[in-house]
Structures are given as C-alpha cells and as structure tokens.
Design a binder for this molecule. Structure first.
Ligand code: UDP
Length: 482
C-alpha cells in the first residue's frame, strides 16, 4: 500500500495477557506488512516472551519495535516480576494488575512525546481505557482492540441492557439477536462485569463509545450478523481483520509464537507425521486456566479409554505431585500420548493434518486458531467469554461438541472438583471423531477454514485492515488541517 511520502506509525497498547498480547503481535505484523511502522508497548517480562517473534519480523524487513516500560509492580501492590496476567497469584490481585497497567499512562505519554515520530494512530486493548487521554493529548486517532468474539460482545451488551437485574442462574434468551440463543445470566457477563472493578468497567465503556473505531480479531464470514448488529448499535465502525493467527506463515513464526518451548520442533513434527490423518486429539486449555489434579487425571483416563492418539498440554503450575505420579506410573507408556509440559506451539500443532480434534476451553484465540485450519472442537468453557464462544462453536457454527452441559457460572478455579469424568471425556472424543455427524461437522469446519483463509488473502479481512489504516490517516489529516 502506498502512503505518498509519509510513513504511517501505529502504536499498539496491549493487555499483558497471552490471549491479548499474541494477537496484538500478529496485528503488528499485519500492519507492518502494509508498510506501517509499528511500536508495541511492553515490559521486560513481556519483551522476553515476544522478542524472538519480533526479531524474525525485523529480519524480514518489517518495522516493528518495542516501547519497553517498567511495570510498576510495587506501586500496584503486586509481587516483583508480576507483569503478565498469568503471573497474577490470586483472583483478588487482578484488580491491582489493571491498576499497575493504568500507571503506564504517564510513562507512555512521555515516551511518545519525546522519542517517537508522532503516531498516526493508537490501537489499544479495551482494558487500557486510559489511552484515551494520551490520544487526546497527542491529537491522534484511537481505536479500541477487542480481544473476544463479536458474538460475545453483542450478547453481553444486549443482556446487560435489557436484563440487568436477572439472577445469575436465570436462563434467558439474548434480546435483539439475529439468532435464538439461550444463556444462563451468569455465563453472559461482560469482561469487566465483576465486583471490585466497577470503575474500570465504566471507563472501558466510555473509552469504547468515544473511540474512532473498533478492531476485532474475527472475520466477516464468521460473524456477519453479529458484527453488523454491534456496529449499528454502537454507531461505530468495526473492522474485522482476522483470524490474525493466519499471518504466521513460516514454521519458525508458528514455533516461536507466544513463549519459549521446552520441546524440539522436529520431535513434535515427527510424532505427528507418524499418525493417521485427522486421528489425533489436541488438548489444551489456554494460558490461564488450570485444573485440579483430579480433573487432570479424569482427562487422562478419558483420553486413554478413547484409544485415540493425543497431544496434551499440561501447564507447569498444574504439574502437582499427584499428576506427575499419575503420568509416570504407566500412563505415558500405556497410551503413548505426547505430553507437553509448559508451553506448546499451538498453531503449529493445530495446522498439522494428523490433528482431527481440539479439546479446548474456547478462549477466542484458540477458537479462531481451530477455525482457521478446520479442526472441529470438543469444548469445555471455564470462564469469561468462553461460555458464549462455546455456544457459537457448538450451536451456531456447529463445528464442535460440548464435553458436557456446562453449568458453572463462576471463574473455574484450580481447586474445582467433579465437573467432568473420564466417561464424559471418552464419550465426547468418540462423538467428535466418529460417525456421519462427525463427518458433517468436519466438512463444515473445513468450509469455514477456507473462508477464513480467503478473508486474509485479499478478502474481507484484508480490505478491513486497509480501510482501518486509511481511516486513521484521514483523521490525522483532518486533525492537522484544523
Ligand atoms: N497458546 C500457545 N501454547 C500454549 C497455550 C496457549 O500457543 O501452550 C496460545 C494459543 O495459541 C492462543 C493463546 O495462547 O493464541 C491463548 O489465548 P486464548 O484466547 O485461546 O485463551 P486464554 O489463554 O486467553 O485463556
């Protein structure tokens, strides 16, 4: 894309959580591929996670750099080094984490005033509403980046508007929706509808209503009706520029995405190469959820009973002594499953032809990553937007099977017990992979994947990305003419 003799410069302000930061880095790459210079706000711990990806992008000639600021842990009442969402040691401290994040307003403003060429636009995560003042000070356009699905944003907005007093367990139809969707009230809360962060919730709403546009990691063909409704309701331009994971074309990009691995890329590839097409179940629940030992053991025994090959990601903090004992006392030898400890190259694994199903918590990135490669999902939502994403996958897109009817309405903590059994897992894996319905589901998933690819290769998402850049430049021109 040509911009005459000026180089657009976009500043990205993420939430330091893997599910927000990873797609922001992908967005940085997409913008840079359009000839935009990009600066991404980080902190030392976050830089460490993404340096390899950015180094690769720079080596390929893309202009992306970090604005590295010190995260004010002590000032926010957080332990030293607690700079990422998955480092926060308890539920009560998430409020402090958001406070710490908001303390970056002054240092970021100072940096942007002193060191950079003036930005053409700021794209900031919805959870950083304080960027509003920065944009106003610098007189630059500001877009809000929404990490969840538009379906989730629309449902929670409509439920919040029309059913504010409903009881957490009440079942209700989401008002004003192009589809009939029944939800449990407590599963349709907005990301900031939790006690203790009411001020942040109001600031987020205000920052959205005053933004110059909204950017979403989605594609029109996936959520047309919901994107149109949201846009109409907010009277605001929505750009669906995803699935951004499809910008990871090279194996090296897929392998270095998000964090460091404990495993060798070739080992994973060789393991998958040896399996039949669409036979493997990939099991991972994202970067935050963690399970009790009993849940992990039930998952393991269910996978074993299904007699399917599997790749199972177990996070470091889940590796309690009971789990380690369970795995080492015969499980790994009996099943010959591939167990990855810590962080897995998810996009690389999902895009391997041997993978036939994804057991997921329905985080929006994981959902889109499965959609992008046409892998049907076995769903088990744990918290936040995941309940509604699960509905989208199972009931509307019909590319997934629910592990079981999900009745939890609170943040599922790692001491939760008895929510699933090995029989649930075995039954759901079989349903996902076997029979005529499974075949139909796979076909639908593949069709959707083809549309996702098209949207990113010159289709709707590509167009939205270009319109989004142009719009910012037009606003910048207007501001400098005024
Ligand atoms: N992810 C990964 N390897 C892992 C765990 C997670 O690459 O071992 C990535 C995953 O591909 C996705 C992100 O981390 O891009 C998780 O985001 P999501 O919205 O799915 O869930 P969250 O972590 O926010 O619950």
């Amino acid at each position: 894309m040509s911009y005459g003799n000026r180089k657009p410069h976009f500043v990205l302000v993420p939430l330091f959580a893997q599910g927000h930061m990873i797609p922001m880095i992908d967005l940085a790459r997409l913008l840079a591929l359009q000839g935009v210079a990009v600066s991404v706000m980080t902190t030392p711990q976050n830089t460490a996670r993404f340096k390899a990806v950015i180094d690769r992008a720079n080596a390929a000639g893309l202009l992306i750099r970090f604005i590295e600021l010190r995260f004010p842990c002590a000032e926010a009442g957080l332990p030293e080094g607690c700079e990422c969402y998955d480092h926060v040691p308890s539920l009560e401290l998430y409020k402090n984490f958001y406070e710490g994040l908001s303390l970056l307003r002054e240092p970021l403003l100072l940096y942007l005033r002193q060191q950079c060429p003036k930005p053409s636009c700021i794209i900031s995560d919805a959870s950083t509403p304080w960027t509003r003042e920065i944009a106003r000070e610098l007189r630059v356009p500001r877009y809000v980046y929404h990490a969840p699905s538009c379906f989730f944003l629309l449902c929670t907005r409509n439920v919040g508007k029309h059913k504010p007093g409903a009881d957490a367990f009440e079942r209700l139809l989401v008002p004003d929706l192009p589809h009939e969707v029944e939800v449990v009230r407590g599963q349709a809360l907005g990301l900031f509808d939790y006690p203790g962060i009411e001020k942040l919730r109001d600031e987020v709403a205000e920052a959205e209503s005053t933004a110059d546009g909204l950017v979403m990691n989605s594609f029109r063909e996936l959520e047309t009706a919901f994107i149109d409704s949201y846009q109409k309701d907010l009277e605001k331009k929505v750009w669906a520029i995803g699935p951004v994971c499809l910008s990871n074309k090279e194996t090296g990009d897929k392998f270095t995405r998000g964090n460091k691995m404990n495993v060798d890329e070739n080992y994973i590839r060789n393991w998958l190469d040896a399996k039949e097409t669409a036979s493997v179940i990939y099991v991972s629940f994202g970067s935050i959820a963690s399970h009790s030992a009993s849940h992990l053991i039930e998952i393991g025994l269910g996978l074993e009973a299904s007699k399917r090959p599997f790749v199972w990601v177990i996070r470091d903090k889940e590796m309690r002594p009971e789990v380690a004992r369970f795995l080492s006392e015969g499980f790994e030898e009996r099943t010959k499953g591939l167990i990855l400890r810590g962080w897995a190259p998810q996009v690389l694994i999902l895009s391997h032809p041997s993978v036939g199903g994804f057991m997921t918590h329905c985080g929006w990135n994981s959902t889109l990553e499965a959609v992008s490669v046409g892998v049907p999902m076995l769903t088990w939502a744990h918290f936040f937007d995941q309940f509604l994403n699960e509905k989208l996958v199972v009931e509307i897109l019909r590319i997934g099977v629910a592990l079981k009817a999900n009745t939890s309405i609170v943040y599922m903590a790692d001491d939760a017990e008895g929510l699933i059994t090995r029989e649930d897992v075995e039954k759901a894996v079989t349903e996902l992979l076997e029979g005529a319905e499974a075949e139909e589901r796979r076909k639908r998933a593949k069709e959707l994947a083809a549309k996702a690819k098209e949207s990113m290769e010159g289709g709707s998402s590509c167009e939205d990305l270009r319109f989004m850049i142009r719009h910012a430049l037009e606003l910048t021109d207007e501001a400098s003419d005024a």
